[in-house]
Design a protein around this ligand. Structure first.
Ligand SMILES: Cc1cc2nc3c(=O)[nH]c(=O)nc-3n(C[C@H](O)[C@H](O)[C@H](O)COP(=O)(O)OP(=O)(O)OC[C@H]3O[C@@H](n4cnc5c(N)ncnc54)[C@H](O)[C@@H]3O)c2cc1C
Length: 402
């Protein structure tokens, strides 16, 4: 871990390329993690944020893997509210218990972004709060009402609703739902996180229930008009009482935007659809892209090229996950039988400590690398839902044909 106390393991600011000027537009999570990563390889970073405060109002549940906590470093560690050893996957009364490698962390998302901003400032970033960017052009110019400034690289992290990436012609249409969170004084006390795929409790996502200190946090997702009604169903199903404020926002379920860059401007985070298609989680893909890009820059790659390569790499991974997520969404019975087969084959227990919470896309690889339990799992799934398994394999392996 570097002396700065943050965790991407890059060289100190003094060792990197001396004159690289980077603008980051948007101080949400992806803008902040990218700022920290670029500072660490010696770039001079200007961070533009239209609001005067970061992280606020809260919208995100803040569940991440140990890898993400390690990569963010000190700001993440000082924002930890809870840790869970595993997840109980449920659907229509069937259930299995999964223990990801390193467990799952619940972060205080407002505090996280405040801490990351403080870290960026202490490492020399020029922080421009209340600075609305009106345009970012492919030649690397960032325009504000005060005038234009030219950069070697512009990282555009203006979020799912940002207008700037659209003005550059990067306007993809990912699948999206409205996700809602609420805290309750009374409810269940699960050992880990309950992830309930029962169709009546969500639409295209799942319901989640977890204990956070002395409250129970629950949430769900669905179309904007019915998200609230779905949350009320979760409340009834889990006996949740004493609700505090409801908060949430748009959850993007993929696929990511193709080639999200124009000249020196590279679009990142939610603005580029860099979210995990099964859960809508955006912290892992942004951390992955920033860490990888910084490593390339550190090894001498030109910064624009490094970011394009990193975003492409993460997007390719997410596109593959999107096919799996869609296969499961289109056939709820497949998900139900997968959960049942994970439990009855013993594979769920066999995978304990093997897969990172943010890397559920590695499940097929883990299935193959455990020949006995993996074969038992596939045989049980094929027996329970043969057509579903075949359709899913076709969708994943030959998406154009299926
Ligand atoms: C209900 C819910 C639950 C979630 N749970 C999880 C979870 O458990 N784990 C996980 O990993 N992810 C989760 N996510 C997703 C995660 O919150 C997002 O992927 C992430 O916050 C996106 O960060 P971002 O920086 O890309 O975008 P944003 O957070 O939207 O930030 C964009 C920033 O750009 C600024 N901006 C926009 N336009 C301009 C402009 N013109 N000039 C200057 N500034 C501008 C905005 O003010 C904003 O601060 C959840 C999301 C929701 C809605």
């Amino acid at each position: 871990m570097p002396a700065t106390g943050t965790g991407t393991g890059m060289t100190s600011p003094l060792e990197g390329p001396p004159h690289m000027r980077v603008a980051v537009v948007g101080a949400g999570f992806s803008g902040l993690i990218s700022t920290l990563a670029m500072l660490r390889v010696g770039a001079r970073v200007d961070l533009y944020e239209e609001h005067r405060r970061v992280g606020y109002p809260p919208h995100c549940t803040g569940l991440v893997s140990e890898w993400v906590v390690d990569m963010i470093g000190r700001p993440a560690r000082s924002s930890i509210l809870a840790w869970y050893p595993g997840l109980e996957l449920r659907v229509n009364g069937k259930a299995t218990w999964i223990e990801p490698k390193g467990g799952v962390y619940k972060l205080d998302r407002v505090r996280l972004e405040e801490e990351m901003l403080g870290e960026a400032e202490s490492q020399g970033a020029r922080i421009l709060l209340g600075a609305r960017v009106s345009r970012a052009t492919p030649d690397g110019t960032v325009h504000t009402p005060g005038g234009g400034e030219r950069y070697d690289l512009v990282l555009l992290a203006d979020g799912a609703h940002g207008a700037l990436h659209r003005t550059l012609g990067i306007s993809h249409t990912p699948k999206k739902v409205t996700g809602l969170n609420a805290h309750y004084t009374t409810g269940p006390s699960p050992q880990g996180i309950i992830v309930d795929f029962t169709p009546s409790l969500h639409k295209d996502l799942f319901a989640w229930i977890l204990r956070v200190q002395d409250t129970v946090l629950a949430g769900t997702g669905g179309p904007p008009a019915s998200a609230r009604r779905l949350l009320e169903r979760v409340e009834r199903a889990y006996g949740l009482e004493g609700r505090n404020t409801i908060y949430g926002g748009t959850v993007l379920l993929g696929p990511p935007a193709p080639r999200p860059w124009r000249g020196k401007v590279v679009v990142i985070g939610d603005a580029a659809g860099l979210t995990k298609p099964l859960t809508g989680g955006g912290l892992y893909p942004s951390t992955q892209a920033a860490t990888h890009a910084a490593r390339l820059v550190d090894n001498g790659a030109p910064p624009v090229d490094a970011w394009r390569r990193s975003v492409s790499r993460v997007a390719a991974l997410l596109r593959r996950q999107y096919r799996v997520a869609e296969a499961l969404r289109r056939d709820p019975r497949l998900l139900e039988e997968t959960i049942a087969a994970l439990e009855s084959s013993g594979l769920a227990r066999g995978l304990a400590g093997k897969i990172d919470y943010d890397r559920h896309d590695r499940l097929p690889l883990e299935v193959v690398s455990r020949p006995l339990k993996g074969a038992r799992f596939l045989a049980q799934l094929a027996y329970r839902h043969p057509r579903g398994l075949l359709r899913a394999l076709a969708r994943v392996l030959a998406p154009g044909w299926a």
